[in-house]
Design a protein around this ligand. Structure first.
Ligand SMILES: Cc1cc2nc3c(=O)[nH]c(=O)nc-3n(C[C@H](O)[C@H](O)[C@H](O)COP(=O)(O)OP(=O)(O)OC[C@H]3O[C@@H](n4cnc5c(N)ncnc54)[C@H](O)[C@@H]3O)c2cc1C
Length: 523
């Protein structure tokens, strides 16, 4: 197997939609190294089901997509960023189609689905419910055709190298388990989300917040970390993963029913099952709390819809649930909410630049401001494409600033071997306390307890020597960022809900949280 070089022009950490799209943009300008910490297929992009939003339909307008995104963001979207997203989105998608992405069609015309809080049918999907997998396939195939791009799997980056305040490369645990370093003129973090902070999550195992933690250690600003989206409908069965049951199911007409099999969403919101995700997630939490069931669940019900249509529209969800003896067309599906998406992240400008020179971020690791306090469904694959491409364009300029500093040769050997049980336990402890105290419904008391417990864990994760130990350290530090920002925001907004401050406080908090080692400020 080919080993990663010690020097390149551009370094992209992450091989999901954002990283691969950036790499394609960078390819004509120089050598591009893309790193993934596991297989390329182990990413949120590969997991994405429902689709990708863009105002491409005859009945749709870019202005409507803009407005729906702003509405979902609950006052905190950065309008210029949303404008870039919705205006450049259609072109990025046309490009994807040219590169071979096969979106589903009605005859020859693109088929547009509907999802929660969208005012038009504008969700493109592929193979029914395998949109992310199809986009990743096409992007990876495109990247493979470009000789200046090299993709390396199982290369785990642990930290950023800086020279005179400018990021000039990364440290890593190589595929062989050795310590390594790669120097580059610019580094893009495209490392995905933080879902593994929570006991119940739809996210893949790679979503341990490594990018946010690395950027924060290098002095970059973390923005809006308190806003974690909890997806209302993840499969809830003992010994089954929290498999996502896409919002598109509700878009096709699925109902939510409580333990008594009564439909409950109409009493919580006028859009019923298609209300914003945070509203649906909290309604479910409330129904679970008042349920008399021993291990309460609510159900997703598609039994009133055409059976054949359900099976053909959602082949992947259908076959996955069948593995657990549930036929989604004829059975009620037990569900509970799960952590799904991080609206916050490393703060960037419209060109994906962070507050540290030479360091860029795109995709879920970044906070461009397009999602505000709550993400509109199917806007994140689009964000990865649009801002991945913008990052690539801007990073080309860095090459003119001179060659990257050469880095020292590999030093220590790391362990690639079996996971250490001590770190596994720490990760579980973090996931449990975050779920309990910094989850869907928050209180000051709970968040203070979480901060205290996370702080106490710091010495136990301070000298990482394995990949899992690094992940434990990253989760501990990102957990602290989420909890500190959430405690400081003394209001409820978007996905951040506190029982002690249940209303908006626009006077004090219609602002972004910016976290440094010392404080959380709002600006
Ligand atoms: C189940 C599920 C369904 C979803 N459905 C949709 C949907 O229908 N529509 C939509 O718009 N969005 C959806 N999302 C969200 C969307 O998929 C993600 O936000 C998006 O794919 C993130 O892309 P990314 O490129 O930022 O990161 P990812 O695709 O997660 O890629 C991250 C990459 O970074 C690498 N990496 C991480 N840490 C390191 C490290 N330390 N060293 C080296 N490499 C590292 C990983 O190996 C991986 O290659 C869904 C998410 C999930 C989990």
């Amino acid at each position: 197997m080919q080993t990663a070089p010690t020097e390149t022009d551009f370094l992209v950490i992450g091989a999901g939609v954002a990283g691969l799209r950036a790499a394609v943009e960078l390819a004509p300008a120089g050598r591009v190294v893309v790193l993934a910490k596991r297989e390329v297929t182990d990413s949120a992009t590969q997991y994405a089901q429902g689709g990708i939003a863009a105002a491409l339909g005859d009945e749709d307008e870019i202005g409507l997509h803009l407005q729906d995104t702003l509405n979902a963001g609950d006052g905190l979207c950065i309008q210029e960023a949303v404008k870039v997203l919705v205006e450049e989105g259609p072109e990025r998608i046309e490009e994807l189609i040219q590169w071979g992405t096969e979106f589903d069609r009605d005859g020859t015309r693109l088929a547009f689905g509907r999802e929660g809080a969208h005012s038009r049918n504008r969700i493109l999907h592929a193979h029914g419910d395998s949109t992310g997998r199809e986009i990743l396939r096409a992007l990876y195939a495109k990247a493979k055709m470009l000789s200046s791009i090299s993709v390396f799997e199982f290369e785990f980056s642990t930290g950023l190298l800086t020279d005179d305040g400018r990021v000039c490369g990364v440290r890593l645990i190589t595929e062989k388990g050795e310590e390594g370093a790669i120097a580059a003129s610019a580094v893009l973090l495209a490392t995905g989300g933080v879902g593994q902070l929570y006991r119940n999550t739809t996210n893949p195992p790679v979503a341990t917040g490594d990018g946010v933690a690395m950027a924060f250690r290098a002095g970059a600003e973390a923005r809006d970390m308190e806003f974690i989206q909890f997806h209302p409908t993840a499969l809830y069965l003992k010994n089954a993963p929290r498999f996502l049951l896409s919002e598109a199911l509700r878009g096709e007409g699925a109902y939510l029913r409580n333990g008594e099999l009564l439909r409950f969403m109409p009493k919580y919101h006028e859009m019923a099952e298609l209300a914003p995700r945070d509203v649906v997630a909290r309604a479910i939490v409330h129904e679970l709390e008042v349920s008399r069931m021993k291990d309460p669940v609510v159900y997703l019900d598609l039994t009133h819809l055409d059976e054949a249509h359900v099976r053909s529209r959602f082949p992947r969800i259908h076959s996955t649930c069948l593995r657990f003896n549930i036929d989604i067309a004829t059975d009620l599906i037990p569900i509970r909410p799960a952590a799904h998406y991080s609206m916050g992240g490393v703060g960037t400008d419209l060109d994906a630049r962070t507050s540290v020179a030479g360091l860029y971020a795109a995709g879920e690791v970044a906070c461009t401001g397009v999602h505000g306090a709550n993400r509109l469904a199917s806007n994140s694959l689009l964000e990865g494409l649009v801002f991945g491409a913008r990052a690539g364009k801007k990073m080309r300029d860095e090459l003119r600033k001179g060659p990257a500093r050469k880095q020292a040769a590999p030093r220590a050997a790391y362990s690639n071997g079996p996971v250490e049980s001590a770190h596994e336990e720490i990760v579980r402890e973090i996931q449990d306390l975050m779920w309990r105290d910094v989850g869907i419904v928050r209180t000051a008391q709970g968040m203070k307890r979480a901060i205290e417990q996370l702080t106490q864990l710091a010495p136990k994760v301070s000298h990482p020597h394995t990949r899992r130990a690094w992940e434990a350290q990253n989760l501990q530090s990102v957990g602290l960022l989420v909890a500190r920002a959430a405690l400081a925001r003394q209001e409820s907004r978007g996905a951040h809900y506190r029982t002690d401050f249940p209303a908006h406080d626009d006077a004090k908090f219609l602002k972004h949280s910016l976290i440094s080692a010392e404080s959380v400020r709002f600006a």
